[in-house]
Design a protein around this ligand. Sequence first.
Ligand code: ADP
Length: 348
Amino acid sequence: AHSGEVGVFVRIRPTANFADDLIELNICHKRDSRKSHDSKKSQLSCWSFRLEGVLQDVSQEEFYARVCRRVVLGALDGYNGTVMCFGQTGAGKTYTITGSTESYKQRGIIPRALQEVFQEVEKRTEHAFSVYLSYLEIYNETLVDLLSPRRCSPHPSPHSMVVMEEPGRGVFIRGLSLHLVHSEEEALNLLFEGEMNRIIGSHALNRNSSRSHCIFTVHIESRSRTLSDAKYITSKLNLVDLAGSERLGKTGSEGQMLKEAVYINKSLSFLEQAILALADRRRDHVPFRQSKLTHALKDSLGGNCNTVLVANIYGEAAQIEETLSTLRFASRMRCVRTDPAVNEHMDP
Ligand code: ADP
């Protein structure tokens, strides 16, 4: 029942007034007719994309319920899960993943997922759960621990963290701090701390926080209270705010900005390559190690995992070029099949 394709959804920032079709998104805009000599006629351009759903004018609560709840509940049952937001800067990725601090109603996916995780842990009394959090930032292929006090140093050592793989344990990041949390409140405090570190760090390093990928991970471990066997289940729920996908060259970037853009373009294109390779069942090699992002998400992208990609787009026609590039990326991701399986382990 869990098997399927990567769920690809589009969320349109308010201000949009395009037709909304739940299966096929049609985006239309009028080409600026002043450029042509015939000023009376305006040309209409249309593009079609096949996607799971288009969410326009939906509240944070409804967005969570329609797109994320299934992935979060799956993680409690032992299935890895990933929700990724993709799109150009300003299109609403951070609003979707973490939400706005302005009001409780505008909480994003992470606080809602944490609430649900702890509600379920209370309900599922037949299991003993342990919940750990980690918060990783990837900037220019450098790994940064957003929940480590060392992180506030303006010169984080690039060699202190490494993406590792071990049989039985899967992929993990050596050196990334894991924090055991017992309640929603404790978890929210850590999230807040991580957000502050993200802001402080980006100021200290004089860079824009939209230029990095952030992976908030809820690590869940559960053990039956009734069956006293050595089996236990682990899963990871990754909530990912990807760096802004806008392309190079519009504003003639140079120096640091150019370097950042090159890193982002490379890692997003590696992400796409990895997902496409996952989709192609004849290929036995998927190039996960090409970038830190794909390597860190190796066991949480396709295969043993529930994966959701959210393409965040602007509603305005002025942004159509970036929007099309976001939607093309999103529709290519739809071909990936996932076959989630519970991660069962035995005590040694
Ligand atoms: P990104 O992370 O993609 O750069 P943000 O999430 O920071 O973009 O969004 C840019 C601005 O638009 C923020 O002020 C945010 O609060 C607002 N915004 C984005 N999406 C929505 C939405 N669905 N509803 C209300 N405000 C939104």
